[in-house]
Design a protein around this ligand. Structure first.
Ligand SMILES: NC(=O)c1ccc[n+]([C@@H]2O[C@H](COP(=O)([O-])OP(=O)(O)OC[C@H]3O[C@@H](n4cnc5c(N)ncnc54)[C@H](O)[C@@H]3O)[C@@H](O)[C@H]2O)c1
Length: 279
């Protein structure tokens, strides 16, 4: 990636930094010389991703962090500040859906229900999904943004939304509600932080095959499910996203030279999915 040399030496904290999209965004930033803190729950995974990125030349640390635990996020921030004395970029990429928070049917049919219905989902599973996607974004923003205020270069927060935010996808009620909350919170925080120079925007990826949606998109034989086929049919570009598809939009969003007057927006990176009415 060229044209983003001014980002060299900045520091980014990425929650969910060892997930598939988090890692891809970390790699994009490493390629322009951003120093990285991967904030993730599972040490083996976080350390392995940090090692892989370091082998590619990245300056990177893994920091244990559960975004649902404010004390753990504060401890992670302290590690980042001890190491580099600042944080310029926060990417809130922790989140995703879980099969336990997913209904079997798209539309309830009491006589022929397939798998768990909405009424079978238990509140703990709802809490977990709304927690990791929405509250995790709120907590990490709270913990980091206070220390980014008035910084030069200016601080930036990037949240991760979804196609499910504006029109909820079937079967994933907690995830959809959480991502709608993320977009709403993105606008709220953008206004709140505007005078201290921190911009807050969101990326809304279309459909990318990752751990959190694998069981919705692939069957036991590794073939597309009917749901995946419908997604492809409703994506004018006719394919799922590749993690690297997020790179250009992410760099644009972070680099104040290109997007310095942009705050409070959500940008879809979705191959046209959100523009297409289906006919
Ligand atoms: N894959 C897609 O098609 C898609 C589409 C739109 C949005 N997203 C969003 O992109 C983001 C990244 O997801 P992904 O697709 O790379 O999936 P992924 O499962 O590979 O990564 C998600 C990561 O978040 C971490 N995480 C979850 N809860 C956490 C917590 N409490 N504390 C710390 N880390 C936690 C997981 O351990 C995992 O590493 C998520 O917010 C997801 O909702 C994904």
């Amino acid at each position: 990636m060229t044209g983003h040399h001014r980002l060299e030496g900045r520091v980014a904290a990425i929650t969910g930094g060892s997930g598939i999209l988090g890692r891809a965004m970390a790699q994009t930033l490493a390629e322009v010389g951003v120093r990285l803190a991967l904030l993730a729950r599972t040490p083996e995974k976080g350390e392995a991703v940090a090692r892989d990125l370091a082998a590619l030349g990245a300056e990177v640390i893994y920091v244990p962090c559960d975004v649902l635990d404010a004390a753990s996020v504060r401890a992670a921030r302290d590690v980042v500040f001890t190491r580099w004395g600042r944080c310029d970029i926060l990417i809130n990429a922790a989140g995703g859906n879980h099969p336990r928070a997913t209904t079997g049917d798209e539309v309830w049919s009491p006589e022929a229900a397939i798998g768990p219905t909405f009424f079978d989902l238990v509140s703990e599973e709802f809490f977990d999904i709304v927690g990791s996607n929405l509250l995790g974004t709120v907590i990490a923003s709270q913990v980091f943004a206070e220390h980014m205020a008035g910084q030069h270069p200016p601080g930036v927060i990037v949240n991760i939304s979804s196609m499910s935010a504006s029109r909820p996808m079937t079967r994933v009620p907690a995830y959809s509600a959480a991502k709608a909350g993320v977009e709403n919170f993105t606008r709220w925080l953008a206004v709140y932080l505007a005078k201290v120079g921190i911009r807050v925007n969101a990326l809304a990826p279309g459909f990318f095959l990752t751990e959190q949606n694998r069981t919705l998109l692939l069957d036991e034989r590794g073939q597309w499910t009917q749901r995946a086929q419908r997604i492809l049919d409703h994506t004018p570009m006719g394919r799922l996203g590749q993690p690297s598809d997020l790179s250009g939009t992410l760099l644009w969003m972070i680099d104040e030279e290109y997007s310095g007057f942009v705050t409070g927006v959500t940008v879809p990176v979705d191959g046209g999915f959100s523009a297409y009415a289906g006919v």
